[in-house]
Design a protein around this ligand. Structure first.
Ligand code: GRF
Length: 212
């Protein structure tokens, strides 16, 4: 099986997938391309070290071609997403699954439709449970809710990507208890460890369903 992984940052989840492909955790599976919307994403280094081809898909160059208005920005994002789909559909081999691993860019139908039409699944890691803390900063918001509202647990999910943010059907979820007096860094540390296991399990289950 072939995976394309989308990243924006450190790439610790990408690293978990790279390691899983090298071990038996994800058998007969390889990451054939890594795409980042951030030039400085350390995940690009991780991919290069693993000899995985990378692409920096730069939104700024699209924004420069349009007026700095709401309509201009929307047009830039539409072109950006359409070209991202074209880049992925032009890969040889095409991926079976696109894994969003710490990818911080909302994907619109201009991306999702052509990719779905090509029979490619898109899955996303989100460090919260279904229906909770969607969007950025989910871990911090859960930590705050633990301190201020007595929330007992948060969690991590891998879900199918649809046009609504962090709202597609959950593929696998894991609860993470909130600990009294724990710092945000300590919670993030525990959550990232859960992410690294779940992103492999979520990818495995998605590939299982594709079984050629
Ligand atoms: C995840 O919590 C993701 O939701 C957020 O950053 C973490 C992924 O980090 N954007 P990494 O780039 O996989 O290390």
């Amino acid at each position: 099986y072939n995976l394309t992984v989308l990243i924006s940052g450190n790439g610790s989840n990408l690293q978990a997938l790279i390691d899983a492909c090298a071990s038996s955790a994800l058998s007969n599976t390889r990451i054939t391309h890594v795409m980042s919307n951030r030039k400085a994403a350390y995940g690009l280094e991780r991919a290069a070290k693993a000899s995985i081809p990378t692409t920096y898909h730069n939104l700024l160059s699209y924004k420069k071609k349009h007026p700095q208005t709401e309509e201009g920005t929307a047009a830039a994002r539409t072109e950006y997403d359409a070209d991202l789909a074209k880049l992925i559909l032009a890969l040889d081999p095409q991926p079976d699954v696109i894994v969003c691993a710490g990818w911080m860019h909302i994907l619109t139908p201009e991306f999702l439709n052509p990719v779905a039409n090509a029979g490619i699944k898109v899955i996303n890691l989100h460090p919260a449970l279904p229906g909770e803390f969607s969007g950025a900063g989910a871990i911090e918001r859960a930590w705050e809710a633990g301190r201020k509202e007595g929330l007992k647990r948060t969690g991590v999910m891998i879900h199918e990507v649809i046009a609504e943010v962090d709202a597609g059907d959950a593929i696998v979820t894991q609860e993470v208890e909130l600990k009294e007096g724990e710092t945000l860094d300590e919670l993030e540390e525990r959550i990232h460890k859960v992410e690294h296991g779940l992103i492999v399990e979520g990818t495995r289950r998605t590939l299982e369903k594709i079984k050629k």
